[in-house]
Design a protein. Structure first.
Length: 358
C-alpha cells in the first residue's frame, strides 16, 4: 500500500486567496517528500469554488517539481475533452522533462454540465472524446510521424516535442467514479486506475475493481504491476473528538460546494452519464456519520485511521491511498501536523502490504 497526497481546493477567494492556497500547498508538498510520501496529485476543475483554483494540474506540478527530487507528480486528473491533444501531450511531456521522469498522467472524463457548457463541448460525446484524447496523447508520446483522425481532431503526420523522459510514455491512470466499463478499458489497455469512493457504494466499487483486475490479468499482465489509487479526505488529530468535529465541518463545506455544481444535473440528461440525474439528490442526502462509518472519510486519531484503512484493504484488496489532508481553509499548521502524523503513525502499519483481495 503506497501512500500519497491529493490536492483538491474547495474554497472561495473570501475564504483564502489562491496565492495563499498555493503557497501552503507547496509547503505541504515539500513536507510530504521529506516524510517519504509516494506522490502528490492535483485535480482539474474550472469556474467556481469546487476545484476552480486548479484549472491546470501541470502548472502546479511544475512548481512542485522545482521543490522536490523524488516525489511522483500525478495529474488527478487531466481532462482531454477540454484541451487539444497536441497541447495536452506537449505540456505534459514538458513536465516529465522538468521533473526528470517523475510524471504520472491521470486522465478523466469530467462530469459537471457547467464545465462542458463553458467550453462549448457536447456532454453526450464525453466518453468518445475521453477515449480519443487518451489514445492521441499516448500515440504522440510513443510515436513519430503520428496521424490522428478520431472524429474530433485531424492532424499529422507530426512528431511532438519534447519527447517524454519515460518511454514509451509516462504511467497512465484512468479516473473512474462509477463506471465498470472505464475500469475494464483501463485494465485491458495496461493503464492504472484512480477512484474516489465518496459517492460510490461499496458493492459497486468492488464490481469496478474486479472488472479492472480481470481485464488486466486477461491481457497477460502481472497483477502486482497494476496500480489502483483510492482517494480519501483525511482528518487527523491526537484528540479523536477534535478530528471528527473538524472533519464534519470541512466535509459540510465540501458537500455544499459540490451541491452547487452538481445541481446542473437536475436539468441535464445524457446517455453518456446514466444515473447522474440522481447525483444532486445523493449529495443533498449526505450524512457525515454514515460516510465516516462506511470508511469513505478517514478521520480520528492515527490508530483510528489505521483501522479504517485495514478495513478498506479487506474490502478492496491491494490498493494505494491518496489523501486530501486539507481542502483549503484548514489552518496550515494543522494540515502540516496531519501530514506528519499520517506518515509517522499510519503508514508504518501498512508496510509491506499483501497483494490481492484479502
Amino acid at each position: 500500500m503506497r501512500h500519497g497526497m491529493s490536492l483538491f481546493p474547495v474554497l472561495a477567494p473570501e475564504e483564502k486567496s489562491a496565492a495563499d492556497y498555493f503557497d501552503e500547498s507547496l509547503r505541504l508538498v515539500e513536507l510530504a517528500e521529506s516524510l517519504g510520501y509516494d506522490h502528490v496529485q492535483i485535480v482539474e476543475h474550472y469556474l467556481g469554488p469546487y476545484g476552480g483554483y486548479s484549472p491546470d494540474p501541470a502548472t502546479f506540478l511544475a512548481a512542485a517539481a522545482m521543490r522536490t527530487t523524488t516525489l511522483r507528480l500525478i495529474t488527478g486528473a487531466s481532462i482531454p475533452a477540454f484541451t487539444h491533444p497536441l497541447q495536452l501531450a506537449g505540456k505534459l511531456a514538458m513536465l516529465d522533462n522538468l521533473s526528470h521522469g517523475r510524471l504520472g498522467v491521470g486522465f478523466g472524463r469530467a462530469f459537471l454540465p457547467a464545465e462542458f457548457e463553458a467550453f462549448g463541448v457536447d456532454i453526450d460525446t464525453s466518453r468518445e472524446r475521453f477515449a480519443a484524447g487518451v489514445e492521441a496523447c499516448r500515440a504522440l508520446w510513443a510515436g513519430t510521424d503520428v496521424t490522428v483522425d478520431d472524429g474530433f481532431h485531424l492532424f499529422g503526420p507530426i512528431t511532438s516535442l519534447p519527447r517524454t523522459v519515460q518511454r514509451p510514455h509516462p504511467p497512465i491512470y484512468l479516473a473512474s467514479a462509477m463506471s465498470p466499463q472505464t475500469c475494464e478499458w483501463a485494465g485491458r489497455s495496461g493503464f492504472h486506475l484512480q477512484v474516489v469512493s465518496t459517492i460510490t457504494a461499496r458493492s459497486r466499487l468492488q464490481e469496478m475493481l474486479a472488472a479492472y483486475r480481470e481485464a488486466w490479468a486477461a491481457a497477460g499482465r502481472d497483477p502486482a504491476d497494476a496500480e489502483i489509487q483510492l482517494k480519501f479526505t483525511c482528518y487527523l488529530d491526537e484528540d479523536r473528538d477534535v478530528a471528527l468535529r473538524t472533519a464534519e465541518e470541512l466535509e459540510r463545506n465540501y458537500i455544499e460546494k459540490m451541491a452547487a455544481v452538481v445541481a446542473g444535473w437536475a436539468d441535464v440528461r445524457s446517455s453518456a452519464y446514466a444515473g447522474y440525474e440522481q447525483l444532486a439528490g445523493k449529495v443533498r442526502q449526505y450524512d457525515f456519520a454514515a460516510s465516516h462509518r462506511d470508511n469513505k472519510v478517514l478521520a480520528g486519531r492515527p490508530q483510528d485511521v489505521v483501522e479504517q484503512l485495514a478495513t478498506v484493504r479487506g474490502w478492496f484488496g491491494d490498493v494505494d491511498v491518496s489523501c486530501v489532508f486539507s481542502p483549503g481553509y484548514l489552518p496550515a499548521d494543522r494540515a502540516e501536523a496531519a501530514v506528519r502524523m499520517y506518515a509517522e503513525q499510519v503508514v508504518p502499519a501498512f508496510d509491506p502490504a499483501p497483494v490481492g483481495v484479502s
